[in-house]
Design a protein around this ligand. Sequence first.
Ligand SMILES: [Cu+2]
Length: 326
Amino acid sequence: MTQSSRASCLLAGAASLLAVGITIPSPVWAKTHEIAMTAVETDVVIDGSGEKYAAWTFNGQMPGPVVRVSEGDTVNFTLTNPAENKNPHAMDFHAAEIDFLKNYRAINAGETISYTFVAKKPGVFFYHCGAPPMIQHVARGMFGAIIVDPKNAKAWPKANREYVLVQSEHFKNPGDVQAMFDRKFDGMMFNGGIFKYHPFVTGGGKLDAKPGERVRIYFVNAGPNEFSSFHPIGEIWDTVYESGNPANSLKGVQTYVVGPGSAATFDVVVESAGAYPLVTHSLTGALRGAIAVLVASPDAKPAPLMPMVPWKVATPQTEITPVPAP
Ligand SMILES: [Cu+2]
């Protein structure tokens, strides 16, 4: 059989398979992920003094867990709203392209919902609860990030180190929905903490890197209302990828605006040892907590994608009563 006749036989075979309704399987590189999350209404630590906040969360942490898949992968997602909760909850993945009425509807305590989507576009995307009032469900902590890695790893330079940062507003009174509508936020957080990555603040940590490394930051703005003007003090973004898609790249950017419900990926190459605060240059936000200090040092250790989540602050020491003088 010649090569051309073999090819025409294969085509004829494929056509007959389609004719009887057999679907072509997913591409060999694509995977299927079973992702399950639970809505948990619980207190979380939001600053270095150990202050707690009555949050609503995915899996008991703010932000929720980072979901990471590759372009073309299928996600089978299940959300459980346990019977002990007091509120309806929902899940909206910005990485999905599916009917919102059916899939993103709120479920009551004691119910579960499942749906499937294919992560068709690479990038970093917001996910959040959409139960009404959505402004409150987001403000109280029901948000997170999903990374969809590009199918072609060579679509962008390899990063030496990666972090996820999610910006969000803190409202002292979690029940004051009007304050949320009026944009009266009290603090600004990265990864659910006020000055979480500020080493000069009590209980604060930092983000580590080595000089010369390409550090990739997957940045999500959860809002619910404020825009982020993301800037590396002492550096310039080497490349910014709108929505984290390697096809949308900008070079040599000082500050890049990420609106509420949006995301971008930022590459910075830290040229020398030192401290580089990453901030929202909307200063009312930075000075109320949205400063993450990237410390470049030759002995920097490997770090997780989202360090210090959940934030465990040592419980204050019991006050010691001085021994009376004899
Ligand atoms: Cu919710």
